[in-house]
Design a protein around this ligand. Structure first.
Ligand SMILES: Nc1ncnc2c1ncn2[C@@H]1O[C@H](COP(=O)(O)OP(=O)(O)OP(=O)(O)O)[C@@H](O)[C@H]1O
Ligand SMILES: [Mg+2]
Length: 448
């Protein structure tokens, strides 16, 4: 396909001459005789390259570039300037012009410049498309949530993404911790740098250390060659430490040093390596409880907990369920090449009554299997698993597992009772047989 070049030049003779020349070189050519009409054309037409005079009437060449860049970032620019305007021409390149030529124009040089600039344009387009398909899998838009609880989460994500601060994400299993970590990284200035995930709970102490920090050849039996650790691989980017509460005390010390000094050594090595890293950690256990139990270092806790994101369990934001369901139907229509159009009301009601101990992941699995089991266009109650259809849990019961610390039981009792009384502390006090002031104090203490 022919490439289109827009010439913006107020000297009619020069403009038309150039136009003739470029047409002969097999380009599509449009000519504008002042800056404003050049801008109009650039907005409307599919332009690959703008060849513009610097001192244009009505809209100055530099402003023209700036305006066009806002709407069409992939258009390439070549500036034409009189001999004395070099400084301005350099300014133009800072604004993103590909190059500049001084008048009178050397046409052979111009021809080469145009070819090169057009190659760059193809590359820049391709990069942007790649970036977009990559981002489409992760960005914000894929994290669904309309509830006020999730809106608060999004607000924090939006604020914290551009910054460097470490983030601690807390949430029950399946609430979307990894998804949020992705959103933060891919909305940060580090988006084009590596995003490296490590599950600290899945690996034994020794293996985790050499995963994180790498090892030198011969560091231990089986270390037959030198290996880079995840911290090295994540340099300049973000590392996601999943299940961080499971990290052993020795590894915690090393992690603390990376967070404080950006320094560490490979296992079995003595050379100190430096890295620039942002850490996002996730946990489904209350880290502060682990600190109090002496299982997690307090200093490390403070380093990780610079910004905390609490992901609410799905049962506390059931208003998100319809939106999540729609999202998953679209997702699995694509994945399994289906054409399910939606879910019937009764089925959706059942989903809203269920407690979702496995949170969004459980809902996602449930929708996928429902879609695979239906013959029609809609998900019906019959397509849902039995346990969803017979909600056995009574909302008025509190289920407590053996081994739960008393303090946690107390917190749960206050929380559930306050939920039941819709926050009314006097009612809650009556139900629990304690004074209102006690309820106040406990609510504060437990952050209810
Ligand atoms: N708000 C959401 N919108 C869309 N999909 C979500 C949302 N939250 C979670 N999911 C989906 O649910 C699944 C579980 O999410 P994720 O792996 O992020 O949870 P997690 O908290 O890391 O779980 P675990 O503690 O088990 O590791 C994923 O497939 C994810 O895409
Ligand atoms: Mg996870």
């Amino acid at each position: 396909m022919k490439k289109t070049i827009l010439i913006a030049e107020d000297d009619v003779n020069v403009a038309d001459g150039l136009g003739q020349y470029l047409k002969k070189k097999d380009y599509e050519v449009i000519v504008a005789y002042d800056g404003l009409s050049a801008l109009e054309i650039a907005k409307k037409e599919d332009i690959n390259l703008l060849l513009t005079d610097l001192l244009l009437s009505k809209l100055y060449g530099l402003d023209l570039i700036r305006e066009i860049k806002k709407e069409k970032p992939d258009i390439q620019f070549i500036m034409m300037t009189a001999f004395g305007d070099i400084e301005l021409a350099v300014q133009a390149m800072k604004e993103g012009a590909y190059d500049f030529l001084t008048k009178p124009l050397d046409l052979r040089k111009l021809g080469i410049l145009i070819e090169k600039a057009l190659e760059v344009q193809v590359l820049s387009l391709r990069n942007r498309q790649l970036q977009q398909t990559l981002e489409a899998n992760y960005t914000f838009s894929n994290v669904i949530g309309r509830s006020s609880l999730m809106k608060k989460v999004f607000e924090i994500v939006r604020q914290v993404s551009p910054r460097r601060s470490n983030v601690l994400i807390y949430g029950e299993s399946g609430t979307g911790k990894e998804l949020i970590a992705n959103a933060i990284h891919y909305n940060s200035p580090r988006a084009s740098m590596p995003f490296i995930k490590v599950n600290c709970g899945a690996l034994s102490e020794g293996v985790l250390e050499s995963e994180l920090f790498g090892h030198e050849r011969g560091a231990f039996t089986g270390a037959v060659s030198k290996r880079k650790g995840r911290f090295e691989l994540a340099h300049g980017g973000t590392i996601f430490l999943d299940e961080v509460s499971e990290m052993s005390p020795a590894t915690q010390v090393k992690l603390l040093r990376v967070l404080q000094e950006g320094e560490f050594e490979r296992v079995g090595g003595d050379k100190t390596l430096k890295v620039d890293i942002r850490v996002i950690a996730a946990t489904n256990k209350d880290l502060w409880t682990a600190v109090k139990a002496g299982k997690f270092r307090e200093d490390l806790f403070y380093r990780l907990n610079v910004v905390k994101i609490d992901l609410p369990p799905l049962r506390e934001r059931k208003e998100d369920i319809p939106f999540l369901v729609t999202h998953f139907i679209e997702k699995f229509n694509k994945k399994h090449d289906l054409a399910i159009q939606g879910i019937n009301h009764k089925a959706l009601d059942l989903l809203s009554l269920y407690d979702w101990p496995g949170n969004v992941r459980e809902l996602e699995n449930c929708i996928e299997s429902a879609m695979l089991s239906t013959n029609g266009n809609y998900i019906l109650p019959v397509n849902l698993p039995a346990y969803v259809k017979t909600p056995s849990r009574n909302e008025k019961n509190i289920v407590i597992q053996i081994g739960t610390p008393l303090a946690e039981i107390e917190r749960l009792v206050y929380k559930k009772t306050l939920e039941e009384t819709k926050g009314n502390k006097t009612k809650a006090a009556r139900l629990l047989g304690v004074g209102v002031r006690t309820v106040h104090r406990k609510a504060l203490e437990y952050g209810l």
